[in-house]
Design a protein around this ligand. Sequence first.
Ligand code: HEC
Ligand code: HEC
Length: 293
Amino acid sequence: MALGERDKFSGQMTTGHEWNGIKELNTPVPRAIWVFLLVATLFAVTWTVLNPSWPGINGYFRGLLGVDQRTQIAQIVQQAQMDRATWTSRIDAEDFAAIQADEPLMNIVRETGQALFGDNCAACHGTNALGNPGFPNLVHAPLMWGDDPEIVAETISVGINGSSPDTRFAQMLAFGRDQMLDTADINTVVTYVQALSQPDVAAATAPDILAAGATIFADNCAACHGETAKGMTDTGAPDLTDEFWTYGSDRAAIRQSVYAGRTGVMPSWEGRLSPTEIKLLALYVLDLRAGTP
Ligand code: HEC
Ligand code: HEC
């Protein structure tokens, strides 16, 4: 077969290759493809010249436009910090009452506080601060150390039985284990404590037992829990007459508290959280207690 033979059906030239009688047409690449390849190549070359691209031995070609994603990110972060700085400086500077009265600022407190609480506090106090066995309910229970905003911030900062040199100390003594009360007296005072918040126990207990329990309580417990067992913020001893119990309201739990004592540890957060974050968390907890969404 001769070179340059023209195919009589398509009118195209053939390449001269033939397989089993089938001849290959010498069809040129369509112009559109050339144009596309040319445009794509030009674009690619221009792009690599304008932007950071080719690696070198000691660095890389930085591009004519000077685009650098690292500086872009740094700028975004700086901008975010400046936005943040405007409200964090207000949290630092203003007193609790002023912040609490400022609804837009409190919305930031709620949003930021929820995330901070989730990251640092929820593991013990529960996601909604409603408490877990051994960890008090921060929303509904009366605060053992008081609910004044400065006090709450201080509690979070120094902790309770925590590692800070200024930490608050709270110790429920081990009356049974340390043999300060005998078993009979422990049982009596436990019944008395149960009766304070559980009317059915009060009704089912003989008055002389309750009276004996009241005497044991006055002699051994009132110094910390108060004459009326309503708790004392000076000692951090909880109210024993309400429905909130850190360690449980059933007889076994109360007996365990009295027999073996309790020393709950609330970590000291100073040094781990900034003063701004601690103040913000105090505001957040008090806001949950106030019942605003
Ligand atoms: C490791 C567990 C743990 C973590 C984490 C924790 N707490 Fe506590 N928190 C406790 C315990 C236990 C107590 C109660 C101590 C006691 O009963 O003496 C407590 C008590 C408190 C109190 C005082 C309650 C009162 O009645 O006065 C506040 C306020 C508080 N926590 C807030 C926080 C905040 C805010 C965070 C997060 C920054 C946090 N806690 C993280 C265990 C924890
Ligand atoms: C030295 C002070 C002190 C004395 C005295 C004391 N308590 Fe307490 N008690 C505390 C403190 C502080 C707590 C909280 C401990 C904690 O949460 O870790 C507590 C906790 C308790 C609890 C657990 C409350 C809960 O929410 O689960 C019970 C029950 C209790 N005390 C009963 C008594 C009885 C009964 C006596 C007397 C026999 C007594 N306490 C004497 C300080 C005291």
